[in-house]
Design a protein. Structure first.
Lengths: 113, 115
């Protein structure tokens, strides 16, 4: 079985400050890990993924995520937040034997001017 | 940039009525999916579809649900007799491959409200 936890319902950060959106996962084997973003009235948009290799993955819009196998975490980060980053962020995990991801509940990111 | 589209954006129906949610996946994709998100809860997998048949489905996808690809472009989710607890956001997704590290592309969703 696979599962994802996003422990924060909401993250507030000031524009220009670094941001972190947390995600931990559980899978039986090696995971594929994904981050998606959802803007109002839009579908889930792919941000980045971890498959193998470097633990630090870079994605769209300046976001990056760090895979930490010992802590089973895949936190999303950005060095300098923008107001336009305000959205709902979903972490997802997929066991390599499956093509069905399990999503977290989502974290609402609010970036204040 | 190609995208997945869904219609309608919002559907209101009475309990017991049938609804059909429509999706147009990205044209060269071969794998199709439906997910739902009850307000404030996780995005949940419902069903995947490939080569004109269901390849995987979750416990949620019971006999009240069915999927169909009636033509070369549309992918539909039918709920035969809606219940109050079917009220949710329904997302369609597509991908060009099933397994592997490919990502799924999601539509904007249909908000279903069952009264």
């Amino acid at each position: 079985a696979q599962s994802v936890a996003q422990p924060e319902d909401q993250v507030n950060v000031a524009e220009g400050n670094p941001l972190t959106v947390k995600c931990t996962y559980s899978v039986s084997g090696n995971p594929y890990l994904f981050w998606y973003v959802q803007y109002p009235n839009r579908g889930l948009q792919f941000l980045l993924k971890y498959i193998t290799g470097d633990n630090l993955v870079k994605g769209s819009y300046g976001f990056e995520a760090e895979f930490n196998k010992s802590q089973t975490s895949f936190h999303l980060k950005k060095p300098s937040a923008l107001v336009s980053d305000s959205a709902l962020y979903f972490c997802a995990v997929r066991d390599r034997g499956s093509y069905i991801p399990t999503f977290g509940r989502g974290t609402s990111l609010i970036v204040h001017p | 940039e190609p995208e997945v589209t869904q219609t309608p954006s919002h559907q209101v129906t009475q309990m017991g009525q049938e609804v059909i949610l429509r999706c147009v996946p990205i044209s060269n994709h071969l794998y199709f999916y439906w997910y739902r998100q009850i307000l404030g809860q996780k995005v949940e997998f419902l069903v995947s579809f490939y080569n004109n048949e269901i390849s995987e489905k979750s416990e949620i996808f019971d006999d009240q649900f069915s999927v169909e690809r009636p033509d070369g472009s549309n992918f539909t989710l039918k709920i035969r007799s809606t219940k109050l607890e079917d009220s949710a956001m329904y997302f369609c997704a597509s991908s060009d491959q099933g397994q592997g590290d490919n990502e799924q592309f999601f539509g904007p969703g249909t908000r279903l409200t069952v009264l």
